[in-house]
Write a protein that binds this ligand. Structure first.
Ligand code: NAG
Ligand code: NAG
Length: 169
C-alpha cells in the first residue's frame, strides 16, 4: 500500500471518529446537596470567643482554640459546593478520604434513620476538615459540635453536651 493511501485511510478514520457524535464526558456534573438537611447552626460562628483562650485564636467546644475563620456559615457557598462534590464523587478532597453516603441518600428526606443522619454528619465533617481543598487543612471538630453530636448519636438537633472531645474525630 502506498503512503498516500495510508494517509487517506487515516484521514477518513479520523474524520469518521470525530463525526461519530459528541465525546462523552468523563463524569456527570451531578446535582446539589439539599441544604434543608444541613443544620442551620453548627454550634459556633466564625469569630466567636476571639483571644479568649489563646491570643489570635477563637474558641470552640470545650474551650478549644480554633481558627477565627471557622466554622464557615452553614450556607457558605464553598462548603455547599464542596459537600455536593463529595457526595457526587464519593470522596473529598482526594480518594484517600471516602464519604460514607452519596447524594441520593443524603437528599432523601424520607430517610430519617440514625445511620443516615450519622453518615450525613460524617460527610459534612469530612468536608469541613479539608475545606481548603487540601486533606486535613480546614476546620477542627471543636468548631462544629452540632455536627459531631449528630455523627455520634444519629440525632438531628440533639444536645452537644457529650461533645467534649470534639477536636478528635
Ligand atoms: C466561605 O468559606 C470559605 C472557606 O472557609 C471562605 O474562604 C469564604 O470567605 C466564605 N464565604 C463567605 C461568604 O463567608
Ligand atoms: C446511593 O446509595 C444507595 C444506598 O447506598 C444506593 O442504593 C444507590 O444506588 C446509590 N446511588 C448512586 C447514584 O450511586
Amino acid at each position: 500500500m502506498q503512503l498516500t493511501n495510508i494517509l487517506t485511510l487515516l484521514t477518513v478514520a479520523g474524520t469518521s471518529f470525530v463525526s461519530a457524535g459528541p465525546v462523552p464526558v468523563a463524569r456527570q456534573a451531578g446535582g446539589q446537596v439539599d441544604t434543608s438537611l444541613i443544620p442551620t447552626d453548627f454550634g459556633f460562628k466564625a469569630g466567636d470567643g476571639k483571644d479568649k483562650v489563646q491570643v489570635g485564636s477563637c474558641t470552640g467546644a470545650a474551650n478549644k482554640p480554633i481558627p477565627c475563620d471557622c466554622p464557615p456559615a452553614p450556607d457558605n457557598a464553598t462548603f455547599i459546593g464542596d459537600l455536593s462534590t463529595a457526595l457526587n464523587q464519593g470522596f473529598f478532597p482526594d480518594p484517600s478520604i471516602t464519604v460514607p453516603i452519596n447524594l441520593t441518600r443524603f437528599n432523601d428526606k424520607s430517610d430519617t434513620s440514625a445511620q443516615t443522619n450519622r453518615d450525613r454528619a460524617t460527610a459534612m465533617v469530612q468536608v469541613l476538615q479539608s475545606l481548603s481543598g487540601t486533606k486535613g487543612v480546614g476546620c477542627p471538630g471543636a468548631a462544629f459540635p452540632v455536627l459531631i453530636a449528630q455523627q455520634q448519636t444519629g440525632q438531628v438537633g440533639g444536645s452537644t453536651a457529650s461533645v467534649g472531645n470534639a477536636g478528635r474525630v
